[in-house]
Write a protein that binds this ligand. Structure first.
Ligand code: SF4
Length: 301
């Protein structure tokens, strides 16, 4: 079922995505900047794809990694600005280089040639038009792998609808259950409220995770990073997922928080997560009936 769209319908989607780039409404920030004319919004990226690195990755969830790795492409910039970001040199400081559609398509094809089980697009939201254009070229060149949309969860439902039939696996973060915390620590006003529409649309398209012979083929995986002091409002995140999508959802409750980037400026975030805090969050998730991805499964970037 990979890359089911092609031809005229794919071209129409690309055209529509490009129209959302200028003025930019690709994510809930709706910066309305003209990225084609060199203006930059919150994500800091223009109208050409910008890539930090790519290659087979073995640190993702087991159904993505299999034996030959997940074909991961790390995109530069981000529409969120988490003060504790572990990848801040890429997401906040712009590390990476520009790639036109042909070059990016060649990267996707090369990852396929190297035997990766999927194409894993990390932080793709703000580069959606460029990525889909490159996917169309890669498809013409013979790429037939599941496409993974590995995003921060601060998405535009309108953009997601344009990815229907293009993305096979959605892997959003569900970072916060509290809008104020999301605005304060990640520059994502309305994140928790918006997340509900995001999860619904993703699930409508691809449903629960489908794994065949140990490899993810389609569906959703959700990640939640537990933050110190209950800042992420994990209980509300789990409640929302349980009520919107059900307990069959593959949920990865992650424990690897450590104070990175600007976390030292926030005393409440300037320490590691205590084991008891993680245990409490994991118990809470189990209490909602989640099993896939639990317990104690904490892989992932
Ligand atoms: S994708 Fe970037 S420029 Fe566009 S609305 Fe989002 S943050 Fe602003």
């Amino acid at each position: 079922m990979q890359l089911r769209l092609a031809g005229a319908e794919m071209a129409a989607r690309i055209e529509k995505l490009n129209s959302l780039l200028t003025p930019c409404r690709l994510c809930p920030h709706r910066c309305m900047v003209d990225r084609r004319q060199g203006e930059r919004g919150r994500c800091g990226v223009g109208a050409v794809a910008r890539v930090a690195s790519f290659g087979p990755h073995f640190g993702e969830e087991p159904p993505l990694v299999g034996r030959r790795g997940s074909g991961t492409v790390f995109f530069s910039g981000c529409n969120l600005s988490c003060v504790f970001c572990q990848n801040y040199s890429i997401s906040q400081l712009g590390e990476g280089r520009q790639m036109d559609a042909a070059e990016l398509a060649a990267v996707f094809v090369e990852l396929g040639r190297r035997g990766c089980h999927n194409i894993n697009l990390v932080t793709p939201t703000h580069q959606a038009p460029m990525i889909v254009s490159a996917l169309a070229l890669a498809q013409e060149a013979g790429l037939r792998l599941p496409i993974v949309w590995n995003c921060g969860g601060f998405e535009s439902p309108e953009v997601l609808r344009l990815l229907d039939g293009i993305v096979d696996i959605y892997m959003p973060d569900a970072k916060y259950g509290d809008d104020a915390a999301a605005a304060h620590y990640s520059g994502g006003p309305g994140y928790a409220t918006n997340l509900e529409a995001v999860l619904r649309e993703m699930h409508r398209q691809v449903g629960d995770l489908v794994v065949e012979e140990g490899i993810a083929r389609s569906g959703m995986l959700i990640r939640h990073l537990v933050l110190p002091g209950g800042i992420a409002a994990s209980d509300r995140v789990f409640a929302a997922i349980a009520s919107l999508l059900g307990r069959e959802t593959y949920l990865n409750v992650m424990r690897q928080y450590r104070p990175c980037y600007r976390a030292s400026e926030y005393p409440e975030l300037a320490r590691r997560l205590q084991p008891s805090e993680y245990a409490e969050a994991a118990d809470c998730a189990r209490g909602f009936g989640f099993q896939q991805g639990l317990p104690g499964f904490e892989n992932g970037t």
